[in-house]
Design a protein around this ligand. Structure first.
Ligand code: ADP
Ligand code: FRU
Length: 311
């Protein structure tokens, strides 16, 4: 196992992005507008793409850390306790005193597995380059960014490139970025990571209606030798390897689709877990679809650990 300097701690996978509170109402039929109905159950869950991917990485056995903004108060306590429960180390930037924790109200339809998200993020600033610069990069073997404040994230990526330039290949930090939201500003991130996850929403917004056409059309935006991955719900996921070889994995639907909330974050976490442990891209893609498909069959993430023996 790779070691951290002269210490014995294994190097971690760091995910930078959003943590929020998900308030989830599980229903067995989607409510009518302006109706008053009961739901099957309700729960609080730690959410946010980077935060969810950390949960999955940790359940799969990869030591990992999360970096994102947190507000003071009881919701932050819930979030921090939950990170601790999943053994996710938190590198939180300066405490954001005057802000509100981003929150999603989620209607999770157990009859279809659909998740309808109403997200509110009023005033929490994202992690800045200054926050990132305070980290000891030698603690990490992989850094994953959820594309958000692209201008600051570009500076972070450049800092990793400078850090790597002084190191032999086997000690360099690998990087990945998720470009999920169809926002023009995020597209400048394409050429700055070793592995790029592009979503079907972004692909569609850029004019592609299949994962294969998206990969072909977007490859030119990557730097030489980088990998492009595109997950597409029940169609599974596709990728282009560093040399341009197209790869595909079918989806692995569960017996009953119950909860697709965080399926993409689960896929990303599982793929990164495999790649960071030296697996081939095809194996990582297939494993990502297996773990994400299994996750759609239960609520939350905890049961991933129980399903691993079947994958
Ligand atoms: P999200 O919308 O959460 O970003 P995606 O739609 O990109 O997630 O799906 C990510 C992965 O999750 C897919 O590649 C697939 O493996 C799995 N997945 C998602 N929805 C389904 C589904 N309905 N059936 C089987 N697998 C699914
Ligand atoms: C799932 C998720 C939720 C969160 C929302 C934020 O991918 O991260 O946990 O509420 O997306 O957009």
């Amino acid at each position: 196992m790779e070691q951290q300097g002269e210490q014995t701690k294994p190097k971690k996978i760091l995910c930078i992005g959003l943590v929020c509170l998900d308030i989830i109402s599980v229903v067995d039929a989607f409510p009518e507008e302006d109706s008053d109905s009961r739901c099957v159950s309700q729960r609080w869950q730690r959410g946010g793409n980077a935060s969810n991917s950390c949960t999955v990485l940790s359940l799969l056995g990869s030591p990992c850390a999360f970096m994102g903004s947190l507000c003071a108060g009881p919701v932050a306590s819930f979030i921090l306790e939950d990170f601790a429960r999943f053994q996710v180390h938190v590198c939180s930037p300066r405490e954001r005193a005057v802000c509100v924790t981003p929150t999603s109200l989620v209607i999770s339809n157990a009859a279809t597995g659909s998740r309808t998200i109403l997200h509110m993020n009023s005033n929490i600033p994202d992690v800045t380059f200054e926050d990132f610069n305070a980290l000891d990069l030698s603690a990490f073997k992989w850094i994953h960014w959820e594309g958000r404040n692209a201008d600051e994230q570009l500076k972070m990526m450049a800092a990793v490139t400078r850090h790597n330039a002084a190191l032999p290949r086997q000690r360099r930090i690998a990087t990945s970025v998720e470009i999920e939201k169809p926002r023009e500003k995020l597209y400048q991130l394409f050429p700055h990571a070793d592995v790029v996850f592009v979503s079907k929403d972004v692909s569609r917004q850029l004019g592609f209606d299949t994962p294969q056409s998206a990969l072909r059309g977007l490859r030119g935006r990557l730097r030489a030798g980088a990998v492009l991955i595109c997950a597409w719900a029940e169609k599974g996921a596709d990728a282009l390897d560093a040399d341009g070889t197209p790869l595909h994995s079918d989806a692995f639907p569960p017996q009953q689709l119950l909860d697709t909330l965080g399926a993409g974050d689960t896929f990303n976490g599982a793929v990164i877990h495999k790649l960071a442990n030296g697996c081939r891209l095809q194996d990582a893609l297939t494993f990502g679809c297996k773990v994400a498909g299994a996750k759609c069959g239960f609520h939350g993430y905890d049961a991933i650990a129980d399903k691993l023996t079947q994958m």
